[in-house]
Each structure stands twice: as C-alpha cells, then as structure tokens.
Design a protein around this ligand. Structure first.
Ligand SMILES: [Zn+2]
Length: 385
C-alpha cells in the first residue's frame, strides 16, 4: 500500500551533489516535494504521514511473482484508447493494497507500443501494465530477469523511462551507471527497507560491455558489496532474485546454496522467481543464528500461461519490526502469510485474477483441495509444527 511509503534513493558511491542532480533529472515533476522538508537525496514517491518518535515500529512487506504479459493477455486488455489491465486485477486489489510495501517482478519490459508490442519469446508489453500495478498497490518492481534484454538495451531504457514517469521505483535494471549505483531504500513506518535484484542470465543475450550497468547478473562478489552497503543504510534487506528451473515445484541445490550465501551476507528476505510455479518458503539462519526468510519462487502472478500450476501464484506477506531501547536496536520478523491467487481464462480469453479460494466458481476443478495443497506447499517450512 502507499500512504506510509516513501522512497529514498540513497547514494551508495557518489556524493550529494550528484544526488541533487539525479533527483531533478529522474523526477523533475516532484521537485516541489522539497517543501515538505525532504533533502535532495530523497525521492519521495508518496505522502509520508508518519511521526518519528515511536520506539517500536512495524511494517508489513508483501511480494507477488512474475508479471509476464503474453499477447493473448494484452489483446484482452485492449480498450479504445490503449490498454487497461486494471479490470484483470480488480478482484485481488483489496488484498494487494494491504501490505505497507508491495513488490512485484515485472518480467516483461513495458516500453509500450512505440517500439511494437511483442510476446514470447521476446516480450514487450504496453505501458498500461505498470499503470495497473501502481493502481493495485505495487510500490516497487524488480526488473532483472531473463527477459530484461529481450528487445535490447534501448528498449529496456524506454521501459525504465516509463516507470520513472509514473514514479514506480524499479531495481535490477538501470538507465545508467549512476542509476545502478543508487541503492533503492523504501521507508515505511520508520523502517527502512533496501531492495536489491539480480538475475541468473538473459536467455543467451550478452550484456554490451560499455553498457554493463543495464542489468544486474548474479555475481557473488558484486552482491556481497551491495549487501554490505545496504546494511549500513537500511533496517531490512530484501533480495528479489531470478533463478531456478522452470516448472520445478521445489528449489534445486544451486538455489539453496545461493540463498544461504545471501543470508550469511545479511539479506533478511529473499523473494525468488522464474520457475513460473510456486516453490516453498523456509527460514534460513546465518552464522549468528539470525533468521531470514527465503521464498524460493513466487510463481507467475499475471501471465498467459495456464495449467500445471502455472496459473497459480500469490502474495507473501511478512511483518517486520524494529525496536530501539537503550541505544540497542532489535529487529524481528513474524511468521509469513500466503494469499494464493489464480489467473482465470477460457480459450485464451477473459483473463482475470481471483483469490484461489474463489477459483472453484470459475470452474477450477478440485479447487478446495488445490487451495489446501498450495497453502501447505508454501507454508510448511515456516509454520511452527
Ligand atoms: Zn524468468
């Protein structure tokens, strides 16, 4: 949700003067936010009405999976003057608005019609996809995934340009080296959350050497450095990561090893994607016994893929808190919840998202058992026995 969220683009490597420049450049329309007392290194995306005195603070962080827009989906969103994806999300919007900060993985670029829309295997989606996400309560998107460079570097940049235009923060792909060096930190209820994002690869497309900033590829050294910076500037670190094997319902050893590495370095929550199906969540512990949450795959959220669990996704939410007492800060993470969703369609028509619980009414066979099975699948690793 929005009201208590503000984005700080905290500068990792560069000085405040560049920050001021970047602020105006990135967000010229928001220059008047300065009157609210923000410094020029902040990028307040939304109104913040939170005081600063409370001792205990908490925020609910949410995440949904892949927004993977096939032509059959955008064709169904066509309206007279463009596209409208909001009706597709209408029945899950109320739930999506609940978390204080909601993350989604924008798998396909949203560079819009100007460069030609396209579907699998080289996607480009209408701008209006991003509009619908913002409308539904999404606060930030990860953009590092195997489709990041489907249509090339310039198309990715045009997509980011649109996200900037509508003030939807993104992480994982970047418009410039400076952009890449800015840590994304969202603040909600006085809790600062850093968002990072990396992908295993780009479907065989290589990153141009002189534009290496365009996308974050998984690189342990690079991740380690960024996590260290994030630790200094945020209370919690969230990693959105693109990994794993498509259509596998459980994580492989490579995912498990990388998750443990990230947790050991200081990541608090890992939201995974790419398998197109849900993979469970579990607690991992660092060497000091501190607990982190890993959700191996959030599956597809809105996509044109049907059957074999590919039309089932959902939202993970987890409440985090921070208490400051006697100069000592204690961080806590509660047991996460899961809200499973289903993408309804019939003969590639009528795409809409519904809570999985209601999918029986739309003809999903064995929907009750499906719901139970999905809840157990996702939560058995994190709920107390
Ligand atoms: Zn993917």
């Amino acid at each position: 949700m929005k009201k208590n969220v503000q984005l700080y683009i905290l500068l990792a490597f560069i000085g405040a003067s560049i920050a001021a420049f970047a602020f105006y450049k990135l967000n010229p329309d928001n220059a008047d936010n300065k009157k609210e007392g923000y410094t020029s290194s902040n990028l307040p995306m939304k109104q913040n009405d939170v005081g600063t005195k409370s001792i205990g603070r908490e925020a609910t962080l949410g995440a949904v999976g892949d927004i993977l827009i096939h032509d059959r989906v955008y064709n169904e969103a066509k309206v007279d003057d463009g596209f409208d994806f909001k009706p597709m999300l209408a029945e899950v919007k109320e739930a999506l608005e609940k978390p204080d900060v909601l993350l989604a993985n924008q798998e396909t670029i949203v560079a819009g019609e100007k460069i030609g829309l396209s579907s699998y295997p080289s996607f480009n989606s209408p701008h209006e996809v991003a509009d619908a996400l913002v409308d539904a309560g999404v606060d930030i998107v990860t953009t590092a995934n195997n489709h990041s460079l489907d249509r090339g570097v310039s198309a990715q940049k045009q997509s980011l340009e649109y996200l900037n235009k509508i003030n939807l923060p993104y992480v994982g792909t970047f418009a410039s080296e400076e952009d890449q060096q800015k840590l994304r930190v969202l603040e909600s209820n006085g809790i600062k959350i850093a968002y990072l994002s990396y992908t295993y690869g780009l479907n065989g497309i290589s990153v141009p050497k002189n534009e290496a900033y365009i996308v974050n590829l998984i690189d342990k050294e690079k991740m380690k450095k960024e996590i260290a910076i994030a630790k200094k500037q945020a209370d919690f670190i969230v990693m959105g990561i693109h990994w794993g094997i498509e259509y596998e319902r459980n994580p492989n050893q490579e995912q498990k090893n990388l998750a443990q590495f990230l947790v050991d370095e200081g990541v608090d929550i890992i939201f995974g994607g790419h398998p197109h199906v849900l993979q469970p969540m579990e607690w991992l512990y660092d060497k000091n016994g501190e607990k982190s949450l890993v959700v191996y795959s959030l599956g597809n959220f809105l996509s044109g893929q049907a059957d074999d669990y590919r039309d089932i996704g959902g939202m993970v939410t987890v409440k985090v808190s921070k208490t400051e007492l006697g100069g000592k800060t204690t961080k806590k993470m509660e047991v996460p919840s899961f809200y499973p969703t289903y993408v309804y369609s019939k003969n590639d028509k009528g795409y809409k998202m519904v809570p999985l619980e209601d999918a029986g009414k739309l003809g999903l066979p064995d929907s009750k058992q499906n719901y139970q099975e999905i809840m157990t699948h996702m939560l058995k690793g994190v709920h107390p026995k």
